[in-house]
Design a protein around this ligand. Structure first.
Ligand code: UDP
Ligand code: MG
Length: 312
């Protein structure tokens, strides 16, 4: 059985040599030697490109795919999964937060019958507020999505060929691997893996892009937020109807209408706020539909290099 290790990297010059060395060593632990390391360079601007070209000359099982620009983590991951030819494909980050030494035990779980073996992150090394945000997000995702997305499961995983093929057949643009992987189904097993600190450099996810990813996760697996507007609207209509009956009765019996300029302002502003909010929610879905309709490819490949090529 051939194993591919698929790794997206972006500006990881500080850790790339160590990464390749450790993944290479982990693959040496496995029987049969036709394994490959597929690294997708997501348009790095630092020395990563040069280091990858140099690494190709000494690592025969390395394949490097250079994308034409930075397409983002999930797109680069998709490129790596598309390129991998192995019977099983391990997916991991390129910053050594995911220890490659775990791959043989993931492989064992796969041989025991699992199509998808994913790492459950224990002992995160990020700052406390970020850890709390992560935990909140996974809880939220689990409770709102129509899908049993395992909590604290990251991208680090090992997929069987049929799981990879199913994943690749999903056409959507906004890819959220953790969600889509759960969607694919088959036998899924989680194993606890210590989540290390970055080997070098810093996280490529800004707060903004993390929120983007979180929203992708939420919006690609839900439709109820649109429906929530309907429920809220119905409640508002009922309340308004009740109040107008009350106002008419009071007018007929007492001869005066209930006054309340402040209340009027509050209600008007509140309801416009609710309106705009749900306009935004609907907009999120419409924007996503627009992205789908355009049918742009997920990424563009600049060139590919193999370990055996020394032509550079
Ligand atoms: N990455 C990428 N393209 C990007 C951003 C990140 O290929 O636009 C890679 C990055 O090099 C790393 C992985 O995706 O290998 C995970 O990124 P990072 O470690 O910054 O995310 P975090 O672990 O902080 O969630
Ligand atoms: Mg990381």
């Amino acid at each position: 059985m051939r194993v591919s290790v698929a790794i997206p990297v972006y500006n990881e010059a500080g850790g790339i040599d160590e990464l390749i060395r450790r993944v290479d060593a982990a693959l040496d632990q496995l029987p049969v030697d036709a394994h490959e390391i597929v690294i997708v360079d997501d348009g790095s601007e630092d020395a990563t490109r040069a280091l990858l070209i140099a690494a190709c000359e000494r690592t025969s099982r390395l394949r490097v795919i250079f994308l034409s620009r930075n397409f983002g983590h999930q797109a680069a991951l998709t490129a790596a999964l598309d390129a991998a030819v192995g019977d099983v494909v391990a997916v991991m980050d390129g910053d050594l937060q995911d220890p490659p030494e775990v791959i043989p035990s993931m492989m064992q779980a796969h041989l025991d019958g699992a199509d998808v073996v994913y790492a459950i992150r224990v002992g995160r090394k990020e700052a406390l507020p970020l850890r709390m945000a992560y935990s909140l997000f996974y809880r939220l995702l689990r409770s709102v999505a129509h899908l049993d997305i395992p909590r604290d499961a990251g991208d680090f995983s090992l997929l069987s060929r049929r799981a990879v093929d199913q994943f690749r057949a999903l056409p959507e643009r906004h890819r959220f691997l953790r969600g889509l992987r759960a969607w694919v189904g088959f036998t899924q097993v989680g194993i606890p893996v210590e989540r290390g600190a970055r080997f070098a450099g810093r996280s490529k996810y800004s707060l903004r892009s993390l929120i983007r990813l979180a929203l992708d996760g939420l919006f690609s697996f839900t439709t109820w937020p649109i429906r929530a507007a309907m429920v809220l609207g119905a409640v508002a209509i009922l309340l308004a109807a009740g109040f107008s009956i009350y106002a008419v009765v009071v007018r007929l019996l007492v001869g005066s209408v209930p006054a309340g300029f402040t209340a009027l302002v509050v209600v008007t502003v509140f309801l416009s706020g609710v309106n705009l909010f749900f306009l935004g929610v609907v907009g999120e879905y419409v924007g996503r539909i627009y992205d789908e309709v355009k049918q742009r490819p997920h990424y563009v490949i600049d060139r590919e290099l193999r370990g055996s090529d020394t032509s550079g």
